[in-house]
Design a protein around this ligand. Structure first.
Ligand code: G3P
Ligand code: CA
Length: 253
């Protein structure tokens, strides 16, 4: 049960900062990514979408409304236009001037220093986004396994299959968020076997049975999104491979 104290604290899951360190700073900005690094993460989790001029940008929602001072759909802005918006003040005025980062800017600043857990968001809105992302990773030689890695995840299994075909060496994670008693069927897990390395459920789905089933089928698992300290011990007890948190300091050993 969540919150139960246990004696399994020696297991150290991989520490992943959700949208950087979204509990402390405006999500998916350089400020948030730098904060996550300061808090000792192994990976930055971030969300990638595409602008009108086919540039990759790091932002969670399909519109800019919640996380900037602008209004409208991400896909209706050019990169230049979206980067005139303030992506920091909504969180706290002290972050005024933070921008919506381009994916290239994030890779240039952080890839190689820390792992990147890249979520392809709303791929149905952005035909060709898999190729664009693959091109940027190949250009920077980020497709091999030495050093901090890039992992690609999405809720969209077709998108993940397309990405896997483009760069088979990059590990793939399937995101799960259905909230049924059953978790995930054996049939569905078997259907992942040719292209998936990680099966990543929402914390509300997590129980011993689900995690054992994922492990028995040979997958690793990262759990999202941890926002309470007392969830961390349970997840360590279940020996999950990674924890994605808005508060990466909760994950310190
Ligand atoms: O890393 C998984 C998690 O980020 C998925 O949900 O809505 O935070 O992108 P969301
Ligand atoms: Ca995400």
């Amino acid at each position: 049960e969540i919150g139960t104290k246990c004696a399994y604290q020696h297991h150290s899951p991989i520490k992943i900062g959700h949208r950087g360190a979204a509990g402390y700073s405006p999500e998916n900005t350089f400020a948030s990514f730098h904060k996550a690094l300061l808090l000792g993460v192994d990976y930055l989790e971030l969300d990638v979408q595409m602008t009108k001029d086919s540039e990759l940008v790091v932002i969670h929602d399909a519109t800019v409304n919640r996380t900037t001072n602008g209004k409208g759909k991400v896909r209706d802005f050019t990169l230049k236009e979206i980067q005139t918006l303030d992506a920091g003040s909504w969180f706290d005025p002290k972050f005024c001037g933070e921008k919506v980062p381009s994916f290239c800017e994030v890779l240039d600043e952080f890839a190689g220093k820390v792992g990147i857990l890249l979520e392809i968001k709303n791929p149905n809105l952005y035909p060709g986004i898999e190729e664009k992302i693959a091109d940027e990773l190949i250009k920077r030689d980020l497709t091999h396994h030495e050093g901090p890695q890039v992992i690609v995840q999405s809720f969209d299994q077709q998108c993940l299959k397309r990405f896997h075909q483009l760069i088979p060496s990059i590990q793939i994670g399937v995101l799960l968020k259905k909230i049924t008693g059953k978790g995930i069927s054996t049939k569905e897990l078997l259907s992942f076997s040719s292209y998936v390395s990680f099966v990543n459920p929402k914390i509300t789905m997590v129980n011993q049975r689900l995690i054992s089933k994922i492990h028995q089928h040979g997958f690793k698992t990262f759990i999202w999104t941890v926002r309470r300290r007392n969830e961390v011990n349970l997840l360590k007890h279940l020996r999950v491979e990674g924890i994605i948190s808005d508060y990466p300091d909760f994950l310190k050993d």
